[in-house]
Design a protein around this ligand. Structure first.
Ligand code: 13P
Ligand code: SF4
Length: 330
């Protein structure tokens, strides 16, 4: 079967919008009616005119659309789970709060901020405490806003994002379980000890290799990379910010080596772009979705079986929505 032709035909026939993140396989990405970074996808999918949304991405992304627009039916061709988002659940969130309480920091002195790469349940726990969601493209603004509360920021789950933005803002940060409890007590941004295994693949040695080979090369990385990598980079940004920088802000002759997921970097290969790794930094879960899965998701709308529909409990929707909407207000 020619899945591509069938998908194009079904898209025209059904009341559906296909949403795809930049890290999707090329053939799936090309089928997207809406493509973008996690913030753009959440906003634009919410405003899509159709009842049905097929989200080609990872679980937390589909959940965010469902939380923001509970009236929509959100299906995922594969319910692939972001490895970082899996590193935290509500139990771990509460355990970490207890560690802080035992160190003398009460919940009243803490403002939690969760990276959008977390489950709806964790977002709800954050929303209940008056906290915010952020993405890699707006974390600076959200943390700045959070700090106006006069409280310490408890940043979950990505320690790298928390540390990198703390450094940009010249604030102190510490990671629970990695740094001493004294350091945790003295920091402005307290980070949960989670990370993205894909972005950990980029190293300072990779940067040195490219800088030696091409002395004028620019290094552009995602803020999920390790602090040492981000410190040595020339540009740091979300997936959309990286694309804008490479395609609009530097000359086409400028060589640029990029530290983020392979599918996205490979799509920019005609722009003098290199991958900042000797291995292929693919996100395994983003890569799970195939054209066949997408076709099956469309067929399940046609057959009214609605396979892999995202369901979020009412009370979780209520509080996760508060944390997400606070992000949009900022
Ligand atoms: P963006 O917000 O830049 O799309 O990043 C999402 C992500 O999962 C990066 O690994
Ligand atoms: Fe999650 Fe990392 Fe994959 Fe992004 S690249 S979806 S953070 S595992």
């Amino acid at each position: 079967m020619n899945y591509k032709e069938e998908i194009i035909r079904l898209k025209k026939e059904l009341d559906v919008t296909i949403v795809a993140h930049f890290y999707q396989r090329d053939e799936v990405f090309e089928m997207g009616d809406i493509v973008g970074d996690s913030l753009e996808l959440a906003k634009r999918a919410m405003a899509a005119p159709t009842k049905n949304i097929i989200f080609c991405g990872v679980g937390f992304m589909g959940e965010s659309v469902k939380v923001l627009s509970p009236e929509k039916r959100v299906l995922m061709p594969k319910i692939a789970c972001c490895a970082m988002a899996k590193m935290i659940d509500v139990e771990y969130f509460d355990e970490n709060l207890k560690i802080l309480n035992n160190a003398g920091i009460s919940n009243d002195d803490i403002l939690p901020i969760t990276y959008i790469n977390s489950s709806a349940a964790v977002k709800a726990a954050v929303g209940k405490m008056g906290g915010y969601v952020c993405t890699s493209s707006n974390a600076f603004k959200i943390i700045q806003k959070g700090l106006t509360s006069g409280k310490k920021i408890f940043f979950v789950p990505d320690r790298c994002l928390g540390q990198n933005f703390a450094n940009q803002m010249k604030l102190k940060s510490a990671v629970i379980g990695m740094d001493s409890i004294e350091d945790v007590k003295n920091s402005d941004i307290i980070c949960y000890n989670g990370f993205c295994s894909v972005h950990q693949l980029f190293t300072v040695e990779d940067i040195e290799f490219y800088k030696e080979k091409y002395p004028d090369i620019i290094v552009a990385v995602h803020p999920e990379c390790d602090v040492k990598v981000v410190d040595r980079a020339d540009f740091v940004g979300s997936t959309s910010q990286l694309i804008k920088f490479i395609t609009e802000e530097i000359s086409p002759e400028q060589k640029v080596v990029v530290g983020t997921e392979y599918n996205m970097v490979n799509r920019l290969r005609d722009k003098n772009t290199y991958v900042l790794s000797s291995t292929k930094p693919e996100c395994p879960t983003m890569n799970e979705t195939t054209l066949e899965d997408l076709y099956n998701a469309l067929m399940s709308i046609k057959n009214e079986t609605y396979d892999n529909e995202i369901v979020v409990p009412q009370d979780v929707v209520k509080y996760a929505k508060i944390a997400l909407e606070k992000m949009f207000e900022v």
